[in-house]
Design a protein around this ligand. Sequence first.
Ligand SMILES: C[S@@+](CC[C@H](N)C(=O)[O-])C[C@H]1O[C@@H](n2cnc3c(N)ncnc32)[C@H](O)[C@@H]1O
Length: 333
Amino acid sequence: MAPRPGFPVTARESQEWVDSMKSTFTVLRGAVGVVVMAGFSLVNATVAAQDFGDTPYVQTPQNVVERMLQVARVGPADYVIDLGSGDGRMVITAAQKYGARGFGVDLDRRLVELANKRAASAGVGDRAAFYERDLYETDLTDASVVTIYLLPEVNLMVRPRLLATLKPGTRVVTHDYDMGEWRPDEQMVMDAPDKPVGRDKKSKVYYWVVPANAAGKWRWELTVAGKPAVFDLSLAQNFQDISGSVRVEGGDWRLENARLQGEEISFMLNDAGSKTRYEFSGHLAGQGIVGSVRVSSASAQRQLEWNAVRTELALPAHALLKKPTLQELQLVQ
Ligand SMILES: C[S@@+](CC[C@H](N)C(=O)[O-])C[C@H]1O[C@@H](n2cnc3c(N)ncnc32)[C@H](O)[C@@H]1O
């Protein structure tokens, strides 16, 4: 599988990764093949073709697992789902070290058995379960955190489902590969001395918060210069990026610093006439926003309640993207 341009890894790194795995593992789904145990011991080294959509088994080093869970701020209230769970280390660590619950899915029955055994011996068998299941057929709705270490193409295939089915505010954290045009909210490169692949012993970690749908038109009323004024906000959205325009009683006000993280929205408006700044922040739930606005002028500052209603629902641009086909992803060289 050749690396695709536009991914955060160099072609050399990506090819090295795939080559090293091909030379080490049998990656043919269902074939007689790989027996990989914790510690990365390998029993069958047959090289075989890989089904598109499958990712061969490579462990995330334990220090990277912990960093991923920290970046996603995993805690006791979380439900973690690992897509392609290998020996279960992601969900087991989430349960053991951070008190979370969750499950992992993997196509490889032996890995699923191994993961369940490891969960039992770690004393978290009641909070970390593993199932032999295709990640494309896995119900993700319970997740508050999704962890992923899959090939770049697979991330792109999974991305529309993540955006369409995960609750807004769900955190997604990946190892080594990003999600194409979906800009990460955080990213980092870290030392990974125990990494079984690649020469530089580094890992990349990417983090996103699933955005709510804020696209469309919103309206609210607020007192401006002592008189009630109607605010009309039009928002366009692509992934978590929002932009738009505001009309207040027939005049255009500039929208600045618009930000959406999960269901939390904030932005600033400036009334050039009265030299007043309005800083809005609120929680978006369905067709309403509830929050507050800080109004600052040269002479005074006050905090008011802010309640907006959606007057028109639109689709974010990312929801209109056609789901990539296997062929398209393989053809982009
Ligand atoms: C790179 S490994 C990551 C293992 C583990 N999450 C970790 O980070 O150590 C990818 C895993 O995904 C599994 N896998 C590949 N395609 C899958 C699919 N369609 N559904 C479920 N699991 C899959 C492989 O069997 C492999 O164990």
